[in-house]
Ligand binder design. Structure first.
Ligand SMILES: Cc1cc2nc3c(=O)[nH]c(=O)nc-3n(C[C@H](O)[C@H](O)[C@H](O)COP(=O)(O)O)c2cc1C
Length: 223
């Protein structure tokens, strides 16, 4: 049982990384062999639209043909049982690194020819992978709804589910951005209120991530 955790934040030990580590602990507790990958350490780009993966008779087998630091990661994902990808929200969307990964992971799996069943994506591989997406953001749960992040983020969950069979989301809101707010120009932030939110919420968010990791491995064992 292999579980891969991918950090789409440039920061390797802050909110997103900590949520992923907690999910990784849960996966380990459920008996998985775990691996954390920080996209920030890799030199890679998004899809270049070469369409090698769509050519007649191609031998890509769902794997992007571009040879760079991401390719071995994509290979390992396609051999894994559980995948959890985390990203901070930047300007209402996951990071560019996250986007590049999603393009390169999902597009080579999608076929352009007609599938056997109507309304289902035709795919180059029949890979079942229990997936999770973890998002961390500055916005509060109330603002998340107000600015429609749920709608903005839903397509990625759906694409992951369409390709791999299962995908669920865990969010962490109103995250702690700096270790010491007094050192930054943050007069518009009610730091005391933010601290209260964090003290109460952050342990619960880490627990949700832990449970996600554990649950996904347990689901993968059942299949
Ligand atoms: C460039 C940039 C843009 C951001 N844009 C948003 C945003 O649109 N909405 C939001 O809720 N938080 C936004 N944030 C805050 C981050 O999403 C939040 O602090 C996140 O938890 C950081 O994750 P990390 O600690 O793993 O780096 C932004 C942060 C940065 C650096």
């Amino acid at each position: 049982m292999k579980a891969i955790f991918i950090n789409g934040s440039p920061r390797k030990n802050k909110n997103t990384a900590q949520m992923l580590e907690s999910a990784m602990n849960g996966a380990q507790e459920a008996g998985a062999e775990v691996e954390m990958i920080h996209l920030q350490n890799l030199n890679f780009k998004g899809c270049v639209s070469c369409f090698a993966c769509k050519r007649k008779g191609n031998t890509c087998s769902g794997l992007c043909i571009q040879k760079d630091d991401l390719r071995p990661v994509l290979e390992r994902i396609l051999q894994a049982d559980v995948l959890v990808v985390g990203s901070p929200i930047y300007w209402s969307y996951p990071t560019g690194m996250f986007r590049n990964l999603i393009e390169r992971l999902l597009f080579p799996i999608l076929r352009y020819d007609k599938g056997e069943k109507p309304n289902t994506a035709s795919k180059y591989i029949d890979k079942q992978l229990k997936c999770g997406l973890i998002y961390t953001m500055n916005n509060t749960p109330e603002r998340y709804k107000l600015v429609h992040y749920d709608t903005i983020l839903e397509p990625d969950r759906q694409y992951m589910e369409m390709m791999f069979g299962h995908c669920e989301v865990v969010n962490a809101f109103n995250t702690w951005q700096f270790p010491d707010y007094s050192k930054f120009d943050t007069s518009a932030v009610d730091v005391a209120e933010k601290q209260r939110f964090r003290d109460n919420q952050w342990p619960q968010d880490l627990q949700k991530a832990y449970e996600l990791g554990k649950r996904l491995v347990e689901m993968a064992k059942e299949k």
